[in-house]
Structure formats: C-alpha cells, structure tokens
Design a protein around this ligand. Structure first.
Ligand SMILES: [Zn+2]
Ligand SMILES: [Zn+2]
Length: 574
C-alpha cells in the first residue's frame, strides 16, 4: 500500500517535472506572446532531446514502427507510444558519439508525459496517429522547410493538392502545443484559421510553403518559424554592449532601435520590454541574427550599391508539384554514373506518382488493361534492378577503398617519417574522404526525396483502402476562440540575416531490409508498395555502409596523423 502510494506520487512528480523545470526558467516575464511561446517550446524540445532528432530520422522512425500503413485517425495507446519513443531515442544514441550519449529513459519519460498532457488531457490513454506524427514532426530538429514538406505530404491528395479539412486537422493538433505550455489564449485553435491562412481555393506544395514560410507567417503559426530561428541564433555572438543591462556582449538575437541612434538591446532585455533613457518599448526595433564588423558592413554597402549583391532570393526552392501521368515512366534510362543520382530520385518520384495515380483510379475503373500493367511491372523491376546495381557498385568501391586504406596503414611509425609516399597517400585518403562525403550527401538527398514520396504514397493507398471499406463522416468540434494580443510592437527582421546554424544532427541512418534481388526472383507481380519499400531499404543500406566507411576513413586519418606525429617526435628526440 505504502509502496504503491509512493510510486504513484513519484510518477506524479515525474509528470510535472518538465513543467516545473519550465516554470523555473521564468519565461512568463517575456512580454511578447510569440517569443514566450517559442522559448517555452524550444525549452521542451531541448529538454526532451528532440532537437537532436532530425525530421528525416523521425519519418524513418514512423516507418520502422509501422505508422505509415496506419490510418491517420487510428488510435494508438500509451504503451505503443512509449515503444515508438524508445525506438526514436535508442536510434539517436546509435548515431551520437559515445561521448555525447543522451539519457534515453529520462528523455522517453519527459516526452511521454508531455505528449500525454498535450494530447490526452482527458486521460483516455490514447491518441491518434496523426496527432502523434504532427507533434513529433513539429517538435523534432531539422529544417522547417523539410518539416513543412513532410506535413504537406500528409495533408494533400493524389494530385498534390492540399485537402482543407486535413490542414484544419493539422492546425487543431499542432496548436495544442502552445496550449500545453499555457499559451492557449494567444495561439489556441479556432475554426476560421484555415481560411485565414489560405483564402485561395487550390493549394499546391509551393503555395503552401510560400504562405507558411512568409515573413510574417500566418498569425496562428508565427511561433513555429520563430522557434527555428531561435535555435539558429542560440550560439550567435555579438561583440556589442546592451544599452539597458550594460552587459559587454550578447548571444542570440540583437535588437536595434530604428529611432534612437545606437540604441541596442540584448534579447533578454528586449523580450522583457526593458527601456532606458529616451528610448521606449513602443519604438520599432529591428531584429538581427548576426553581427557584422563596421568594415564588413561598409564593403557590404558598397557592393550593394554597385549592384553586385543577389537581390531577393526565394525563401525556398521550387518543388515539382503535379503528380506526373503514368506514361511518363516510359523514358526509364539506365543509371551508369554516380552523377545520375538526381535522375534516380526523379525516377522514384515518377514511379511513386504513377502508383498514386493508379491507387486513386482503381476505385472508378477496375484494372482491365493487363498488358499495360505487365509493362509497368517490367519497368518497375528494371528500376529496382538498376538501384540494386548502383548499390552493388558503391559497395564494391567501398571494399576497394578499404583495401587501399589498409595498405596505406601498413608502414610502421619509424618508416613513416622517412616515407614521402605516405604523405601523398594521406593526401589521397583525405581526398577520397571528401569524395565519399559528397557522394553521401547526394545519396542522402535522393533518399529524402524518396521518403517524402513514400510517406505520401502510403498514406494515399491507405486512404483509398479506407474509402473502399467504409464511408464515414467526421464531426469537427469547436474549442473556445481567443485572439492573439501583444502590448509591444513586434520587431522587424533584419534583411541581412545571415544566421549561423548551430546544430548538425548526425544524419547517418541505421540500415534495415532485405536484398532487393530477392524481392524479384519470383518474377510474379508483387505488392507495389513493398517494392518501393525495398528500394528505399536498399538506399538505406548503401547509406549506412557509406557512413561506416566514412567513420573508418576518419579513424584511419587520425591514426595516420598520430603515427606521423609520433614518428617525427621520436626522430626529433633522438
Ligand atoms: Zn540587456
Ligand atoms: Zn528607441
């Protein structure tokens, strides 16, 4: 009895731990609700170590845990959620260096309690797949662009057009985050938000990104890009004195008054609404996320006036939008060089688009054109076989590199300092390492494209299956509406904001899956979805081999350099 009592009170303490720690940070003195919300959510993100999990690793974790094949409205219970979170954090530790391991159990505990408090406030012990995906994809690390692309893949139809009801559902879920950190009055969900964000009728990917990444972004989501900018400037140093607190330098954002000459505030003072002398917190402030020395500023101004500055870069790259038609797959080409990786992911994209088109057509007309299906199947097999060839090629090259590297490591330290060829070999090794890194990032990029395609596709197929099974209606329920209010004017952003990204997630991926050839040895038409998955796994395997290889090249380089140094020192002391 006593034990049980202490156990439950212990779990109560655990449940409140994150919120108690957040309160201790005293974020409530921040006067602008947007900054307050972003700071609180950034705190939660870092405390749970979610900032170390890149959105792509998150998507992979969803897939590994079988969430991609689940309907968005399917419910998962807390113990399944716990399993998913453990797999996310155990995989994270595998990617982190041994010196930077995180406390997995603590991270799971804190995050689990936060999610339950946010999404299951009534204590049903369940939440929907969509709520969990929306929450984790919003709160994890990585670029906001990647996150928004993933979210769009989850809320759009087979023609790449946003489904308004799904965006509304996304808002409903994601706005539970500010509410969870007690910012509901400013950023709680209301029904008219969807139309406020998108008055247009047809929303494609690029419009979606334009709107959500605009400056300023839609009011209800204004805290989201801010949370990312906050992360980017965390370690930015400004060697300037704060005009209010007189600290000699600043970290993070720097604010400059547009009216008072030379009046600058650190983020802490500005957020708290501090003002001194003739300056008032009603003055318009400009937000800077970098610092330029006066000399640099001058050269910038000169080159700008001479017209050699690129003007107005688009905030995001333009992505292909409409799903391509089936026949476009016909120009399947062979992939013979590593530079064809772009081609590779375009093929995968087409393949996915074609599958999606098939899935959405299947309800209207049963597949009657068998010869077409057979043809398509042949092309799919060809594509996968090509991917497999590429995989084998890369693996062979890795093998060759490893052998070469072993030979290079043979000479003893004594020989090393007299051996000029070793220096040359070291240089070669370094060059190969760069080459490997380049190829790896190209592969990584094509893999990301593939994962977005896969996610969207699997959801589409799922939707189709569901549509065929049942016709259900949903009843949206409303929540009290609040309007955002702030007493201080929002700062304007500096246009020359060259912010420094501060965290680089170790983006290697753990490989899973079977040999691709196996999947096609029977030569019978197989489940297309599985085929795509196998293709994805094949790339994953290549990726993880490359990562391993890179690490071993790294170790090799260190070892060689150490040997060289030792050799030299020994020679010098003799
Ligand atoms: Zn200050
Ligand atoms: Zn002022």
């Amino acid at each position: 009895m006593i034990e049980e009592g202490s156990k439950s009170s212990k779990s109560m303490v655990e449940k409140r731990q994150l919120f108690m720690e957040m309160r201790a940070q005293n974020f409530d003195v921040i006067r602008l609700s947007t900054y307050r919300t972003a700071c609180k959510l950034r705190f939660v993100q870092k405390r749970c170590n979610l900032h170390l999990v890149d959105v792509w690793n998150m998507i992979e974790a969803f897939r590994d845990n079988g969430l991609s094949t689940l309907d968005h409205n399917a419910e998962i219970n807390v113990s399944r959620l716990e399993t998913i979170l453990s797999s996310i954090f155990y995989q994270l530790n595998k990617r982190l260096p041994t010196t930077h391991q995180i406390n997995v159990d603590q991270s799971i505990g804190l995050l689990l309690n936060f999610i339950v408090a946010t999404y299951d406030s009534e204590g049903h012990g369940k939440l929907t797949v969509f709520a969990m995906k929306a929450m984790l994809a919003t709160m994890c690390g990585g670029k906001i662009l990647d996150k928004l692309r993933y979210i769009f893949s989850q809320i759009s139809d087979s023609n790449g057009v946003m489904v308004f009801a799904k965006f509304d559902q996304f808002l409903r879920e994601v706005l539970k985050l500010p509410t969870a950190v007690f910012e509901g009055p400013s950023f709680g969900y209301t029904e008219h938000y969807t139309r406020t964000c998108f008055p247009q009728q047809k929303i494609l990917l690029n419009t979606f990104l334009d709107v959500l990444m605009a400056d300023p972004p839609p009011q209800c989501l204004v805290w989201l890009p801010l949370m990312h900018r906050l992360a980017n400037v965390e370690n930015v140093f400004h060697p300037v004195e704060c005009s209010y607190c007189r600290s000699e330098s600043m970290m993070g954002f720097r604010y400059r008054c547009q009216q008072c000459h030379g009046y600058q505030l650190c983020q802490s003072c500005f957020w708290r609404g501090h003002a001194s002398g003739p300056h008032s917190n009603q003055h318009q402030m400009k937000e800077h996320s970098s610092w330029k020395s006066p000399a640099k500023k001058l050269s910038h101004a000169i080159s700008k006036s001479l017209g050699c500055m690129p003007m107005g870069e688009p905030p995001h790259p333009v992505f292909p939008e409409a799903a391509e038609r089936p026949q476009d797959l016909a120009h399947t080409t062979t992939l013979e060089s590593p530079s064809r990786l772009d081609e590779e992911h375009r093929l995968i994209a087409r393949y996915a688009a074609r599958l999606a088109a098939e899935a959405s057509n299947s309800t209207q007309c049963p597949p009657s054109d068998l010869s077409f299906n057979f043809d398509a199947n042949k092309q799919q097999r060809q594509l996968i076989a090509e991917l497999e060839n590429k995989n084998r090629e890369i693996l062979q090259e890795i093998q060759r590199l490893r052998l070469e590297h072993e030979q290079a490591s043979q000479p003893t330290p004594e020989k090393a300092q007299q051996n000029p060829t070793l220096l040359a070999e070291l240089r070669l090794l370094r060059h190969r390492k760069d080459e490997l890194e380049r190829r790896m990032s190209a592969l990584q990029e094509s893999r990301r494209e593939l994962m977005v395609q896969l996610e969207g596709l699997m959801r589409l197929l799922k939707d189709e299956e569901q549509k065929q099974a049942t016709q259900t209606g949903s009843s949206p329920h409303s929540s009290p509406s609040h309007s955002a209010s702030c007493t201080m004017p929002m700062p304007i952003r500096s246009t020359s904001a060259g912010s420094t990204p501060t965290h680089t997630p170790q983006d290697c991926l753990a490989g899973v899956g079977d040999d691709v050839l196996d999947a096609f040895s029977q030569g019978v038409p197989r489940n297309l979805r599985n085929d795509l998955l196998v293709a994805a796994d094949s790339i994953t395997n290549t990726m993880s081999s490359l990562v391993k290889e890179l690490h071993s090249v790294d170790d090799g380089l260190e070892e060689e350099e150490c040997n060289m140094r030792n050799g030299r020192e020994k020679a010098e002391s003799e």
